[in-house]
Design a protein around this ligand. Sequence first.
Ligand code: KG4
Ligand code: ZN
Length: 346
Amino acid sequence: MQVLGIETSCDETGVALYHGERGLVAHAVFSQVALHAAYGGVVPELASRDHVRKLAPMVADLLDRAGIGAGDIQGVAYTAGPGLAGALLVGAAFGRSLAWGWGVPAVGVHHMEGHLLAPMLEPERPDFPFVALLVSGGHTQLVQVEGVGRYRLLGESVDDAAGEAFDKTAKLLGLGYPGGPALARLAEQGDPRRFRFPRPMTDRPGLDFSFSGLKTYALTTWQQERQGLTGAEQMRLRADIARAFEDAVVDTLLIKCRRALQQTGARALVLAGGVSANRRLRQAVAEMLKASGGRAYYPRPAFCTDNGAMIAYAGWQRLRTGQCEPAAFDIHPRWDMTTLPALGDT
Ligand code: KG4
Ligand code: ZN
């Protein structure tokens, strides 16, 4: 079975083909970064309109490059939520219409399930059960995973998601949008000993997170310390704050992951979502798991951030067991992943 995957939940248009036997056949992502940069963040209406412009030509080009026709596709998977309502509607309407025109089934995929299953696209895939740390722009969640659709939420952010905290802190340091990767690059030059930021909510039991205080901590440090500094000294200060912030986020995530592994007895940890592209986080998690005799799994950096491949894969998992949607479709801008139907042991 070959499935076309479509991702339009936010500011990336992603398309991909996943084949049950051959694996990932082709994929493409168009990032709207340049479109939103002038506004310092994603403008939902502009995002929707750009998905409308890009989606059809990207799918046509994908099929061309893969050398296949519509008759070679047995199902369509589109992101149905969570995400921006207008952006989701574009992918859902387009995907559902293609499926209807081609006479194949379609399924609405949960964006975070897509992220969670993305490591399955790599040569070394985790076996169930495992614990997943999902760290994206909108979510920070620790999930106990027994199989596809068998998810138990262990903990999540009570305020900003990790990616959101990266983006907001980057913005207040004047790094623009998208801030996360820029802040991580700046942190490379920072001195890790100059500041020590708090590790929020690690002094009490539990697996929830809170990152909004770190952003305020970074802002206060920046405002207090920059007084009277030369331009060059301010540059160094920004890098040192970026480093202290990144270290605090990575360390906090690490502490909670360790707890989740202890609590569940799992030996494998999956890292997914945009922030899992962060080099220092990947390295820290890999070292922790190595030391404990377990194993860390994460997607290649291009599949950490939003992409069509993870949606094609998650959709294939569901379509191959017969799950599909009626011709009338629905989107879910807010969607609890633990309410998804569990798949049998296939
Ligand atoms: O999963 P994703 O592409 O979109 C959502 O589903 O939200 O995640 C995007 C988030 C953004 O907040 C971005 O700043 C962050 O992932 N991000 C990073 C890095 N690359 C992307 N954060 C820290 N370090 C990175 N290298
Ligand atoms: Zn995402």
